[in-house]
Design a protein around this ligand. Sequence first.
Ligand code: SF4
Length: 250
Amino acid sequence: MEKQADINKVVRQHAEMAEFFSGGLTVKTKTSPVNTEPQSEAESRVSASAETIKQLEVIAEQTRQCRKCRLGSIRKNAVPGEGNPSARIMFVGEAPGADEDEQARPFVGRAGQLLDKIIVACGLKRNDVFIANIIKCRPPENRDPLPDEIIACLPYLQQQIELINPEIIVALGAHAAKTLLNTTKPIGQLRGLFHEYVPAIGHKPIKLMPTFHPAYLLRNYSDENRRKVWEDMKKVLAEINLPVPQKSDK
Ligand code: SF4
């Protein structure tokens, strides 16, 4: 388990070394701490969109060409992620499944339909948020991603997070939460509380709310679990001053 907790550190070291030696992919964005222009949050989000879209597409194309781990040779399609490049909320799941592999889009199967319902219940649309996964290619038989696969793939997500610079990341399920928080704590202990994800050294931390993965919710579709996810999402909305719908059947 300790091995898993070191994944983020190893990935960061790799990314920093790669950037040091090659100049790397520049992902400094509008709201990066190095940007000292006196723009409002809203202004900076709008003005950065074109460049952010361009760089997100560069990352997406890199994942389509990627063969950094064994999954690259057995996938049908890479699933880089999609959504609003200026999203205030970013959802991060574990890995693509069969439907996602087929369509090259994240969360489009049954779990994705449930995620769509959760987003709508929050008073949002799917294209208000950005949706991605820890790894971009489907593991065979939907097995858990292996540590070396996460180490190989995580830099893509880290770059997406830096570009989009969301106000809150919602980590869907144990794998996403544990990887992004570099912890071995179970999801039951993590969910319902805000944590901090640090995109890079010197970068402002981003609030992270772990909650249950929609696939878990489908397998354990109880009132209690639905209520827990809904409570988590209400906290997310309140944290960024979005209206919190009073009633939901989620
Ligand atoms: S899972 Fe990630 S690292 Fe592995 S081949 Fe796909 S894009 Fe590359």
